[in-house]
Design a protein around this ligand. Structure first.
Ligand SMILES: CC(C)(COP(=O)(O)OP(=O)(O)OC[C@H]1O[C@@H](n2cnc3c(N)ncnc32)[C@H](O)[C@@H]1OP(=O)(O)O)[C@@H](O)C(=O)NCCC(=O)NCCS
Length: 159
């Protein structure tokens, strides 16, 4: 399996992976299409034997701000001083072989700025091993509530 830049023709496959990986937080196809249109250089797919086996979406976003779920962004901020990793998801059969780490390596090679994310699915220890550190604040706690009880806001410092 191999990571490559996401293309518009991948979107059905991306939506299918998202439905499996995030059943409690569905997002419309239009949201994925918009992220790809706004940030094509930081959207990737994992090519599997039968199509898209995983995807990664990231884009510039202010630190401490969590983009609303299943919502069009309209535009990205002009500053690329901090980024948001919106999703990293693999089909179950593509997990456990280093594929997530390889996808992240592509992003880390490209982005020399802090990267934030919301960890869900009890994945906080996975992210911690990739250099992300949990951030606590009452304001973030309120915003995280819609993501589920295990949701954590985490930031990986630049470099
Ligand atoms: C989380 C996810 C992306 C990990 O993918 P993966 O391909 O299994 O990860 P890798 O094989 O690259 O694992 C890299 C390391 O993280 C560890 N790891 C993998 N999943 C983990 C998890 N859920 N919790 C803790 N550690 C984990 C691996 O054991 C490996 O450790 P090593 O470096 O000591 O060998 C994948 O399980 C997934 O798509 N889950 C569903 C979607 C999801 O929850 N995404 C993250 C939500 S924010």
């Amino acid at each position: 399996m191999r990571w490559r830049a996401m293309e518009a023709g991948d979107l059905d496959g991306v939506v299918a992976v998202a439905r499996i990986a995030f059943p409690d937080h569905p997002e419309g196809r239009a949201c994925f299409a918009e992220r790809l249109a706004l940030a094509p250089d930081s959207c990737f797919v994992l090519d599997g034997a039968h199509g898209v086996a995983g995807y990664l979406i990231a884009y510039p976003w202010p630190q401490g701000a969590i983009p609303p779920l299943d919502t069009l962004l309209g535009a990205l901020p002009g500053s690329r001083a901090s980024w948001y990793l919106h999703d990293l998801a693999l089909l179950p059969e593509a997990r456990g072989g280093g594929n997530a780490r390889a996808g992240l390596a592509l992003l880390f090679a490209q982005v020399d700025a802090p990267i934030a994310l919301v960890s869900v699915n009890e994945s906080a220890s996975f992210w911690q091993a990739q250099g992300f550190v949990p951030q606590e604040s009452p304001e973030l706690r309120a915003k995280l509530a819609s993501y589920g009880t295990d949701a954590r806001y985490m930031v990986r410092p630049a470099g």
